[in-house]
Design a protein around this ligand. Structure first.
Ligand SMILES: [Zn+2]
Length: 122
């Protein structure tokens, strides 16, 4: 990130706020894509990964955050769709008060705290 700012070739892209109706459609599409990803996983896991990719692109383009509950459903590192018990392991780390999600595609771990009441609601 810091390198990009120092690079003289790097041009700042002007970002205007998108119309609110577009933002509504974008967040709706993200929701639909994650539902589709879940439905497609049993038949074609590659398709689920593609849906996640599209959802992330929409989220970045329209500057809409992906809902917490969906953020936990894909790997932060390899961006693959995760199904707990199939390609992801979920464990609780009591001393650190966090949920440990291990991605079995890339082997990396993600942590989510459960100490705060805000993080507990799904
Ligand atoms: Zn991964």
């Amino acid at each position: 990130m810091a390198n990009a700012e120092k690079n003289p070739k790097f041009k700042k892209r002007r970002r205007s706020k998108k119309p609110t109706d577009q933002i509504d459609i974008a967040s709706e599409r993200i929701e639909i894509l994650f539902e589709q990803a879940e439905a497609a996983f049993n038949g074609d896991p590659g398709l689920s990964d593609r849906y996640v990719e599209i959802a992330r692109k929409i989220s970045m383009k329209y500057n809409v955050p992906i809902a917490q509950k969906y953020k936990k459903r894909y790997c932060k590192h390899c961006k693959k769709y995760l199904v707990y018990g199939a390609n992801a392991r979920v464990r609780l780390d009591s001393p650190k008060k966090c949920v440990l999600i291990t991605c079995e595609n890339c082997g990396k771990k993600m942590r989510y705290g459960y100490a705060k009441p805000a993080g507990a609601k799904e």
